[in-house]
Design a protein around this ligand. Structure first.
Ligand code: ADP
Ligand code: MG
Length: 369
């Protein structure tokens, strides 16, 4: 089984610094780092004031920066061709996530100079592992290192605004919270109703979490994600509440509307997050795994954001020893995770490879948390 290597911070910062110098002729003066993530459980809940439990990866994005004498941003990435140069207020494409942070910090009232930046990363892009937020957060950390301390909540707001308002992806804040605040290997229970962040010890004995990047295309800003978010807001309105967090399963028994399956997913998912945290705390790993699998079924059947590649990855992992498995991230492609006995990791990965090969799908990739 070939695993995507997270590499070392020194190696990635060096790659970014070399690129900054060769492409833009600029010597970096500050750097920032932000982790990608898998979400253990709690999907499509963040923008519904709900609960989720993301785990920071060792795979991360690194930004190196230097100030400019004007107000422009120039940006290069080892993973994108060409150079972006312009006013960050009008950045598009991948630069919206990077230069957009400079725009957002200025909107928040900070006097940010023009910036040259270069990016290097070990987070697979577009795999549902939050490369977009890792990019924005790495830039935010580097800019903060450059101009002096900026309150973490301001950085959080700025990175969310870059993704929502400049890149046009209406994501809910889970990814940016991890990128800015979690250390690799740390799981955080996030409650988007009260804003609390609680570290959760994640160290399943004899088990490992295999991440399967299905390599099936996923594009959060293509409208599906936004449509789900709008439908959830419509459901809350129809139910007469501020958000789906204020609804329980009993309220839904007498409810009617095309949004009912969506609301059911969000409501049951919040409960699953609470039960999962409890199962992890008491070492009930079979129960934790079962909750992951129920989360997948709810996302597939009620929230309708899975796809064949994700379903086959989950089913195959379950047939080969996984205690539980689910899609992770927004869906429509991207990655699945499987909680496996360590000694069956290779067997499960080989079975997924074979299942994809039989269907003539793109070859999936793997990494470990
Ligand atoms: P995910 O966050 O799950 O990886 P998204 O669709 O949210 O997927 O974000 C992927 C987009 O983020 C890419 O299309 C690209 O625009 C941008 N991106 C992420 N990482 C990088 C990087 N290292 N260099 C350039 N662009 C990146
Ligand atoms: Mg993303």
């Amino acid at each position: 089984m070939h695993l995507i290597d997270p590499g070392s911070a020194g190696e990635h910062v060096q790659r970014a610094a070399t690129l900054l110098q060769s492409a833009l002729g600029t010597v970096p003066v500050a750097a920032g780092r932000a982790s990608g993530r898998v979400n253990l459980i709690g999907e499509h809940t963040d923008y519904n004031r709900g609960l989720c439990l993301p785990l920071a990866l060792r795979h991360a994005t690194y930004a190196v920066v230097a100030p400019r004498g004007d107000h422009l941003v120039r940006a290069v990435s080892t993973l994108a061709p060409g150079t972006y140069a312009g006013d960050p207020a009008t950045a598009t494409g991948w630069a919206a996530y990077a230069a957009g942070v400079v725009w957002a910090l200025r909107e928040e009232g900070f006097d940010i100079p023009g910036i040259d930046m270069a990016i290097a990363s070990s987070v697979p892009v577009g795999a549902g592992l939050s490369s977009s937020a890792a990019l924005s957060c790495a830039v935010a950390m580097a800019v903060a290192a450059l101009v002096g301390p900026i309150d973490p909540d301001v950085l959080l707001r700025a990175t969310i605004r870059a993704e929502n308002e400049r890149a046009g992806a209406p994501t809910g804040g889970m990814d940016q919270t991890v990128g800015l605040l979690a250390t690799p290997g740390e799981a955080l229970l996030l409650d988007f109703a009260d804003g609390s962040r609680t570290p959760v010890t994640w160290a399943p004995p004899e088990l490992a979490l295999l991440v399967i990047d299905t390599c099936a295309s996923h594009e959060l800003s293509d409208g599906q994600y936004a449509a789900r978010r709008a439908d959830c807001e419509a459901a809350a309105k129809a139910l007469g509440v501020g958000s789906l967090r204020d609804v329980d399963e009993i309220d839904l028994q007498s409810a009617h509307g095309p949004w009912l399956p969506l609301a059911r997913h969000v409501v049951t998912e919040n409960t699953r997050v609470e039960e999962f945290v409890q199962a992890v705390a008491t070492g009930e790993w079979a129960e934790a795994g079962a909750l992951m699998t129920s989360s997948h079924e709810s996302l597939r059947d009620d929230f309708a954001v899975s796809c064949e590649q994700l379903d086959v990855a989950v089913e195959t992992a379950l047939e080969h020893g996984a205690l539980g498995a689910r899609m992770t991230g927004g869906g429509f492609g991207g990655s699945a995770i499987a909680l496996l006995p360590r000694d069956r990791l290779g067997e499960a990965a080989d079975a997924v490879l074979a299942a994809y090969d039989r269907r003539h799908w793109r070859k999936p990739r793997f990494l470990l948390t």
